[in-house]
Structure formats: structure tokens, C-alpha cells
Design a protein around this ligand. Structure first.
Ligand code: GRF
Length: 200
């Protein structure tokens, strides 16, 4: 008897291009299926893309909660726990989650970050790589822990930094690799294999 597919919830804040690639990859013999796309912005265009892919969506606007992250996360947990995910994927989700929230999904929450961690945790990763004169850049899928952008690496993809690159041109080259890396890591992770995926 085949095991029930793993249930995957995807958290987004914006356009959701990584979310689309994850959802499109979860077909056929893939060990997982998407059960929810959740955003902290009700106007995120990624929600429309998820609806078009027939994935249930929900949104919890973080703005009315101001600096009260615990209250925002309590509200965020409601649709998330209702979907009872086995795996949670952060895909362009731009709110920093508290250690208490992360602990609820310990060992089963993933994030994609647009740098070769441990280099350049946080924001403006491409400009920082350019400012440092790096020859290579890339992206990382890692397990989410209480330390921002510092959890165990589950996959990395590398790209060359080319003469004349701007932060935007480099971001576009890295995004292409993000769209390959995240589905590859999720397929392996959902099958219980944490061996890192290395691309490029
Ligand atoms: C991606 O570059 C991701 O690495 C970063 O935010 C961007 C979001 O892209 N965290 P999208 O919303 O998945 O299109």
C-alpha cells in the first residue's frame, strides 16, 4: 500500500514564482502534495497564481498587528494548523518568525535564501556579493531554525558573477536556479532524504 502523500503548506509574501515551481513539481510520483498557500499580504499576486493552480489559499495581514509578532503568529497559525501540513516551505516569505513559531515546525520547515549561505544572511544579498567582488553567487535551501538564515543546508546552486552585473541582473540569474533547486530539495526532503542537493 502506498504511503499517503506528505502535505505541504507554502508561505509567500509577493509574486510567488518559487511557490508556482514547487506546486507544479508536486505531481505524479512526487511524494508530496500542496495543501495551502498562505500569505501575510492579502494583495500578494502569488495568491492569484495559487488559485489558478487550484491550491487552497489564505491570507493573514501582518500590518494590523504592528510590532506584536506573537499576536500575528497566533492568527497565522489558524489556517496553517487547519491544513495540518507535514512540511512548511517559506518561499519569498518576508516576515521573520519567532523562535516559538519555528519550534512548532522543528525539522520540517524549509526556506530558500538568495545567497550561498553562510555568506550574506539577511537582505540585499546580490549587492553585497557584487560589493565584495565575489566570482560566484547563488541560492540556498535550508532548514529553518531560530537563527535567521542559519539552519542546516539542504541544497545550494551556484552561478557566475559576470562583468557588468547589477544586483538585478544577478538576482535574475539566481532566480532561475532557485526555481530548479527548491523543487529538487523538496522532492528529496519529502521522501525522507536530507542529503544536500548541489547544482551548478
Ligand atoms: C526570491 O529571490 C527568494 O529567494 C527571496 O525572495 C524572492 C522571492 O521570489 N526570499 P518569489 O516571490 O518566489 O517570486
Amino acid at each position: 500500500m502506498t504511503a499517503a502523500p506528505r502535505r505541504v503548506a507554502i508561505l509567500i509574501s509577493g509574486g510567488g514564482s518559487n511557490m508556482v515551481k514547487l506546486v507544479e513539481s508536486m505531481t505524479g510520483d512526487h511524494p508530496a502534495r500542496p495543501v495551502l498557500v498562505l500569505s501575510n499580504d492579502p494583495a500578494a499576486s502569488g495568491l492569484d497564481r495559487a488559485r489558478a493552480l487550484d491550491v487552497p489559499v489564505a491570507a493573514v495581514d501582518h500590518r494590523p498587528f504592528g510590532r506584536d509578532r506573537a499576536a500575528f503568529e497566533t492568527a497565522l497559525l489558524q489556517p496553517l494548523l487547519e491544513a495540518s501540513p507535514d512540511v512548511v516551505c517559506l518561499a519569498g516569505f518576508m516576515r521573520v518568525l519567532t523562535p516559538a513559531f519555528v519550534a512548532r515546525f522543528a525539522g520540517r520547515m524549509l526556506n530558500i535564501h538568495p545567497s550561498l549561505l553562510p555568506a550574506y544572511p539577511g537582505l540585499h544579498t546580490h549587492q553585497r556579493a557584487l560589493d565584495a567582488g565575489d566570482a560566484q553567487a547563488g541560492c540556498t535551501v535550508h532548514e529553518v531554525t531560530a537563527d535567521l538564515d542559519a539552519g542546516p543546508v539542504l541544497g545550494q546552486a551556484r552561478v557566475p558573477v559576470l562583468p557588468g552585473d547589477t544586483a538585478d541582473s544577478l538576482a535574475a540569474r539566481v532566480l532561475v536556479q532557485e526555481h530548479r533547486l527548491y523543487p529538487a530539495v523538496l522532492r528529496r526532503f519529502a521522501a525522507g532524504d536530507r542529503t544536500p542537493v548541489l547544482l551548478g
